[in-house]
Design a protein around this ligand. Sequence first.
Ligand code: ADP
Ligand code: MG
Length: 419
Amino acid sequence: MATARHSDDCHAICSGRAQADSDTLSRLLDLLEYQGKQLFARHGVPVPDGKPADNVDDAVAAAEEIGYPCVIKAQVLIGGRGKAGGIKVAESEPEARGAAEAILGMDITGPHGEGPFKVRQVWIEGASQIAAEYYASIILDRSAKKSLAMLSTMGGMNVEEIADKDPEALVRQYIEPGEGSFGTKEAGRLASDAGVDEDVREKVAELLVKLHGAFDASDATLIEVNPLVVTKDRDVVALDAKVTIDDSALFRQEEVAEAGEGEAEDPQEQMAKEKGLTYVKLDGDVGILGNGAGLCMSTLDVVAQAGGSPANFLDAGGGSKAEAIIDALEVISSDDKVNAILFNIFGGITRCDEVARGIIEAYGRVDLDLPLVVRLDGTNSAEGLRLLTDADIPDLHVEKTMLGAAAKVVELAKAKAGG
Ligand code: ADP
Ligand code: MG
C-alpha cells in the first residue's frame, strides 16, 4: 500500500490545520508521479509522453522509443528526487543505460527525512525545453469544505518556501462545489493574479480547469504540479505530478485503485484489499477488528490506554456474516506480529447475536491459534454473549465493556509474547 500521509505540507499551509487528516479516518493514497500523469492525461492535462520500466533493459528500450534527450525519473512517493539524484537527462542510449543503472535500486530520502525509499521503477519521458517553472495545486480544504486552487510563478520551490519568501507570489482561490464552478474565466483570473506571462495565460487557465476536472473525478484530496512549465515553444506542460486520493472513495475509483496496486505492498494490506476490507497496518502486537471505522479508532485508543500496542486494525464494516468474519480473521492472523486479537462490536443495525453466530461458524472453518477477545454491546448483546459463552470456544474471551476487553487483550498478548 502506498504510504498514507496524514498531514500534508500543503494542507497545513492552506487550512492552518496540519492535523486535519489525522482527525478523520480516511486514508490517503498517494500515486506515483507517472500514475498521476496518466490520470492527468486521461483528463486532457498536457504531460510529456513517457513509459514506466522496472529494469534497465526496459528503461533503455523506452528511452530509444521516446527519443533523446529524455529524462529518467525515479518513481518513489516523495518529492525532492531531482536533488537526491533520482532524475537524470540522457542524450543517448549509453547515457540512458547509465542513468537507469544508477537510479534503479538507489535509496532516496525525502527532503524532510522521509524514507529511505528504494527505487523499483523509473519513468522515462521526453525532456522539455524549460523557459519558466510555475507551481500549481488544488487541495481539498476540509475545514472550508471546498477545494482551493493555488498558483505561483515561483515553481521549483515547495509551497512553504514560496509562502515564506514571498506570500504575495502564491495566489489562492476557493472553488465552490458544483459543476462549472471553475471554468476558464475563474482560472484565468488566478493566472493573471499570479502574474503568469500574458501569452500563456490562456493555456495555463485551460490546464488548471482540466486539472480540476481530474481532481474532482478522482476524489483527490491533493493535486500538486511542481513544476508546471512553460516551454521554449510557449507550451504549458505538467512536468511533475503529486496526487493524493481519498482511500475511502477507492471503491468508485477502480482505475486509480488498480494503479495503486503495482506498489510494493504489505501482504496483509494486499490480502485485505482483495477481500474488500479496510485494513490499516500499525506497529504493535494486538490485532483489532471492529465494525465501523469510528469504533475501530476508539478501540485503538482504549488498547493504548490499557498499555497495549495495536498491530493493525481492520474495519469489518457491517459484516456479521461468517464469511466476512473469516476473511477478517484470516487477514489479521496472517500477520506474524499479532499476539492477540480484539473484536470490538457495537451492535446497531448489525445485531450482536448474528455476529456471535458468525464468529462461532468462523471458528468451525478457520484454524485460529491466537487468543480472541470479543466485546459485544448494543442490539441483542445479551443473546450474543449467551451464544458465545455456550459455544465454549478455547481461547475465546467474552467481555462486556470496551475497557475490560482492552485490558484482557493486552494481558493475553503479553502472555503470548512472553511464552
Ligand atoms: P522532484 O520534485 O521530485 O524533484 P520533478 O519531477 O519536479 O521531481 O523534477 C525535478 C526537476 O527536474 C524539475 O523541476 C525540472 O527542472 C526537471 N525535470 C523533470 N522532468 C523533466 C522533463 N521531462 N524535462 C526537463 N526537465 C525535467
Ligand atoms: Mg517536483
